[in-house]
Design a protein around this ligand. Structure first.
Ligand code: ADP
Length: 478
C-alpha cells in the first residue's frame, strides 16, 4: 500500500486513465458519472449523465413496468453493453452497490473473445490436420508391411530350397533389410498412435523374469557376435508374476538393450532391476541399463528423447536407425507412470535408468522357472576387467592386449567361414583398440578393415598376418 490518501482529483484522474468503463449511479439506476472510457465507448458524450442503466443493459435490467432492481445489477458478471446507436459489445463486470453511491466497472472483452475463438479454431484445425496425418501414416505404414513381409517370405522360401555362396549371402542381406524395414514401420506406427493419444497400456499377468529373459535373448546373437558380455541382476524381492503391459515393457527394454549393443564395441552390458516401492497392489520397479560404449555428451543428451533425433548424423550413417526409438520409449514409460534418465560420459559408456509402475498379479503363482534362468545368465561373468574401460583402449596395457587378442581370434574365425558382417565388426573393433598405437600399426589396422569390408579373403588374410607380425615386433608377441 502506498503512503498518504488519494484526493478527489486524483481519483478522477485514475478513473479517466482506466481501461475499464466506470459508472457511478444512484438508487434508481440513473448514471451520475462516467469516466473517459465510458464516454468514448458508449457514444452518449456528456449526455451519459442522466441515462438509466437499463438503457445500457436492456437484456439484463429492462422490466416491462419500468421498475429498477438494484439486486439485478449486483449480480451482473458477463453481459452485453449497448451503445447509443443500438450496437453492443460483450463485457465482464463487477458492481459495488451501497445505496446512493453505487459503482459499476465493465471491461470490453470483444477482442479477448475473438482471440479465444481464433485459438479454438486453430486448435481444431491443428487437431484435424494431425488426425489426417496420423491416419495417412497409419495407412501407408500398414500398406508397406504387406510387400515387406512378402519379400521376406519369398526370400526365406528360396533360402530353404538350398542356395549357397554369394547368392545365399545376398539373400541373407535382403532378409536383414526387410527386418530393419519392419522395425522402422513398427516404430512409425507406434509413434503416430502415441501422438494421437490412442495408445492403451494393457494390464495382463505375465512372468516378469521370462519377459527380461526374452528381451536379452532377442539381443544375444548380436551381443555374442560382438564379443560383448551381458550381466543381468534382478532383485529377488520382485515377484515372479506381475500385471502390466508385457509387450510394451519388452519393447522398452529391447530398445535400450539394442542401443547398448549397437553403440558398444568392447566391454559389457549390465541390466539391474530393483523394486523401489510397493503400495497396496501397486509396485514400482527401477531398471538400469549400462554399457561401456561410445557414450553421449551433455549437449547431445538434450536432443535424445525428441522424435527423429539422432545425436550425430555421422553416427546415424554408421549405425543406422530412425531416431524414434528413445522418443517412443520415453512416452511408453510415462504411460506406465514412470520416467527415464541418462548418465553418460563420452567415450566411457552410458547408463539409462527408468522406473515403471506395475501391479501385483491377483493369484501370485510362483513356479520358479523364470528365476532359475537368471541364475544361469549370471554365472561365469567376469566384469572386473571392465571396471576401468579406458585402460582397454590404452595401447600396450595387458587389458588392451587381451582384448586385441580376443578380437583377432574372432576376426580370423569369421573370415574363415566368410561371415563378412561379423568380420567387419571385429576389424573395426581392432582399429579402435589400436587408436593410441604407433602409426604403422594404426595404418595396418585401417587397411585390414578396408579389405575385410570389401570381403576380399586373400588380401584380408595378408593384412591380418601383417598386423600380427607388427604386434609381435612392437610388444613381443600376442
Ligand atoms: P535409433 O532408433 O535411431 O537408434 P534412438 O532414439 O533409439 O534412435 O537413439 C537416438 C540416438 O541416441 C542414437 O542414434 C544414438 O546417437 C544415441 N544413443 C542411444 N542409445 C545410446 C547408447 N547406449 N550409447 C550411445 N549413444 C546412444
Amino acid at each position: 500500500m502506498g503512503k498518504g490518501a488519494l484526493q478527489g482529483e486524483d481519483i478522477c484522474n485514475f478513473a479517466d486513465a482506466s481501461l475499464e468503463i466506470i459508472l457511478k449511479f444512484d438508487r434508481d439506476g440513473t448514471v451520475l458519472y462516467g469516466n473517459s472510457k465510458a464516454i468514448e465507448e458508449l457514444g452518449y458524450g456528456e449526455n451519459l449523465i442522466g441515462i438509466g442503466l437499463e438503457a445500457l443493459f436492456p437484456a439484463q435490467l429492462h422490466q416491462e413496468d419500468g421498475s429498477f432492481h438494484m439486486e439485478a445489477v449486483a449480480q451482473m458478471k458477463d453481459g452485453m453493453m449497448y451503445r447509443k446507436n443500438g450496437t453492443c459489445f460483450p463485457v465482464r463486470m463487477a458492481a459495488k452497490v451501497e445505496g446512493e453511491r453505487n459503482l459499476l466497472f465493465a471491461i470490453n472483452v470483444a477482442k479477448r473473445i475473438e482471440t479465444e475463438r481464433k485459438l479454438v479454431r486453430m486448435k481444431e484445425e491443428m487437431e484435424e490436420t494431425l488426425k489426417v496425418r496420423n491416419e495417412f501414416v497409419a495407412n501407408v505404414t500398414h500398406e508397406l508391411r504387406t510387400p515387406v513381409n512378402g519379400i521376406r517370405g519369398h526370400v526365406t522360401n528360396l533360402l530353404e530350397s538350398g542356395v549357397s555362396g554369394e547368392v545365399k549371402n545376398t539373400m541373407d542381406i535382403i532378409i536383414r533389410c526387410c527386418e530393419n524395414m519392419s522395425a522402422i514401420i513398427n516404430n512409425i506406427l507406434d509413434f503416430s498412435k502415441l501422438e494421437a493419444g490412442k495408445f492403451v497400456i494393457e494390464q495382463k499377468e505375465f512372468n516378469f523374469y521370462k519377459m527380461v529373459n526374452h528381451a536379452v535373448e532377442t539381443n544375444i546373437t548380436a551381443i555374442n557376435a560382438k564379443g560383448l558380455h551381458i550381466m543381468v541382476n534382478i532383485d529377488k524381492a520382485i515377484p515372479e508374476y506381475l500385471a502390466g503391459d508385457e509387450l510394451r515393457l519388452t519393447q522398452i527394454l529391447n530398445n535400450l538393450l539394442s542401443n547398448a549393443v549397437k553403440f558398444t564395441s568392447v566391454g559389457y552390458i549390465n541390466i539391474e532391476v530393483t523394486k523401489t516401492v510397493q503400495f497396496d497392489d501397486e509396485i514400482e520397479l527401477f531398471f538400469i541399463v549400462t554399457d561401456t560404449g561410445i557414450g553421449i555428451s551433455p549437449e547431445e543428451k538434450d536432443k535424445l528423447f525428441k522424435s527423429f533425433s539422432q545425436v550425430d548424423a555421422s553416427i546415424t550413417r554408421k549405425y543406422g536407425g530412425t531416431g524414434l526409438g528413445l522418443a517412443i520409449t520415453k512416452q511408453l514409460i510415462e504411460l506406465m507412470h514412470g520416467s527415464i534418465h541418462l548418465e553418460s560420459e563420452k567415450g566411457k559408456g552410458s547408463s539409462f535408468s527408468f522406473s515403471v509402475c506395475l501391479h501385483m498379479a491377483k493369484d501370485a503363482k510362483e513356479d520358479g522357472k523364470g528365476k532359475e534362468q537368471f541364475e544361469f545368465i549370471n554365472q561365469n561373468q567376469d566384469m572386473s576387467k571392465y571396471e576401468n574401460i579406458e585402460e582397454i583402449f590404452q595401447f600396450g596395457t595387458s587389458k588392451n592386449m587381451q582384448e586385441i587378442t580376443s578380437k583377432m581370434e574372432k576376426l580370423i574365425l569369421s573370415m574363415e567361414v566368410e561371415a563378412w558382417d561379423k568380420a567387419e565388426t571385429f576389424a573395426h573393433n581392432i582399429k579402435e583398440l589400436v587408436e593410441q598405437a604407433p602409426k604403422e600399426i594404426k595404418k595396418a589396422a585401417f587397411r585390414l578393415e578396408m579389405n575385410v569390408r570389401k570381403g576380399e579373403y586373400d588380401k584380408s588374410v595378408e593384412y591380418y598376418n601383417n598386423l600380427r607380425a607388427l604386434f609381435e615386433e612392437n610388444i613381443g608377441g600376442m
